[in-house]
Design a protein around this ligand. Structure first.
Ligand code: PLP
Length: 429
């Protein structure tokens, strides 16, 4: 590689990297567990975890082992063939994660996974049309949701700021208030075909679906033959304390989805996405066979390396008791937050290791020590935390998220609270 120390990292980005992200001036070079170091050796407590990706923390030995061994056997061989690893991961996702008969398709990201669900919904609407014989094409999602950045996934996303300026987007999407059963019931039409739901909205600011809402939506979907899809890209794979995020919502464990999408934590840093389709009738076929040969594909999806990583990640999450860790620590975080000295935090919400701190924007705007420089308050606060050694993630304009690796421990949590308290108390001045 060309030696380019003649130019700073910041300058490299300014000159050569498209400015699509609002990046913090941090240059990570190494990580271990919950710790991350930058190029100058500064240490950070990483409660961002690559935005809910590094589920096993940095440099987990189980993951390193796969990277050491699998490539010398086989990295990629295409979906023209049947490498065992893809079938094995599909079995784990079906039997252990969803626990309902069905089949899987593999992608490389969450966006791509949701695109697959959109195609499944469209196909289902063709084979199970409305009573007039018209294909059902209307897909419902919720305000505040995030499902990805492709033109299709953006169309499902319930945030105008994500969609704005990229029209005309794909047609046939309706965005309804989250946790509002009546609005949902009233908005359904003859053309409604599927529903996308995050059990815990992540990008939208950590909003947890109420049990009443999830139950009612599931029941109505069943009555009206709509497909119920859970987008588990952020809240799945153990983050909320169970391999299935929706099962963490009180009292809804028995609900059976028709489709599920995953990415982020399933690869723990390697790009893997997946979708699961339920084995249930859909015209002459089963739903899980509706996307037949030639109807969908992804060159890289489900490679032996990706699938071996996915299998080992899930295996490690289960065998290292990380589900229990996420559930127990998650409860204690909410408890601790309620008793901590954090002025300017007006509410703390979440499940497991998906925690949102609602900022008191009015008070923060009056702070003379907060350097907001025209940025959203959440971004300025996250910046202040990272300067003090704690990495967190903004969610919208007024929420700061904790999404630590599932290997995080109580001592790390105490340190993180210590940093937040110190920074927020300083900002009070
Ligand atoms: N769905 C949810 C719930 C997400 O949080 C994200 C990313 O933040 C996506 C989908 C898109 O995933 P990706 O960035 O891997 O395409």
């Amino acid at each position: 590689m060309m030696e380019s120390r003649d130019i700073t990292v910041g300058e490299l980005y300014d000159q050569f990297v498209a400015p699509t992200y609002g990046r913090f001036p941090i240059h990570p070079s190494r990580g271990k567990g919950v710790d991350l170091w930058d190029e100058n050796g500064k240490r950070f407590l990483d409660f961002a975890a690559g935005v809910a990706v590094n589920s096993l923390g940095h440099a987990h030995p189980a993951l390193i082992e796969v990277f050491k061994n699998q490539p010398s056997d086989l990295i990629h061989c295409s979906n023209l063939y049947q490498p065992r690893s893809q079938g094995e991961l599909a079995r784990v996702l079906t039997d252990q994660v969803v626990q309902v008969p069905g089949k899987c398709f593999f992608t490389n990201s969450g966006t791509e996974a949701n695109e697959g669900l959109i195609k499944l919904a469209r196909r289902f609407g063709e084979v199970m049309p409305s009573s007039s014989g018209k294909p059902r094409r209307e897909i419902i999602s919720f305000l505040g949701s995030f499902h990805g950045r492709s033109t299709g996934a953006m169309a499902v996303t319930g945030q105008e700021k994500i969609r704005a300026g990229f029209g005309p987007l794909m047609e046939g999407f309706v965005h309804l208030p989250f946790n509002d059963v009546e609005a949902f019931r009233n908005a359904l039409t003859e053309e409604s075909v599927a529903v996308f739901m995050e059990a815990v909205q992540g990008e939208g600011g950590i909003h947890v679906a109420t049990p009443e809402f999830v139950s009612a939506v599931a029941q109505i979907c069943q009555e009206r033959n709509l497909l119920l899809f859970f987008d588990e890209v952020q809240c799945g794979m153990g983050r909320c304390g169970d391999l299935a995020g929706w099962r963490c919502i009180n009292g809804v464990a028995e609900i059976v989805p028709d489709g599920v999408s995953w990415a982020k934590g399933i690869g723990a840093g390697f790009p893997i996405g997946a979708i699961w389709f339920r084995d249930r009738p859909a015209g002459a076929l089963s739903l899980c066979d509706l996307l037949g040969p030639g109807s969908h594909g992804a060159t890289y999806g489900g490679s032996p390396l990706a699938c071996e990583i996915g299998r080992v990640v899930i295996d490690t999450i289960v065998s290292d008791n990380l589900l229990r860790n996420a559930a127990v620590l998650g409860k204690s975080i909410i408890d601790q937050a309620e008793h901590s000295q954090m002025p300017m935090i007006s509410e703390v919400r979440g499940i497991g290791l998906m925690v949102g701190f609602q900022l008191d924007v009015e008070r923060l705007e009056k702070s003379t020590t907060l350097q907001s420089d025209g940025r959203a308050i959440s971004v300025a606060v996250v910046d202040a935390f990272s300067e003090a050694g704690l990495l967190t993630v903004p969610a919208g304009a007024d929420v700061v998220r904790w999404l630590p690796p599932l290997v995080v421990c109580q001592e790390d949590v105490d340190k993180a609270f210590g940093i937040m308290e110190k920074v927020l108390n300083h900002l009070m001045k």
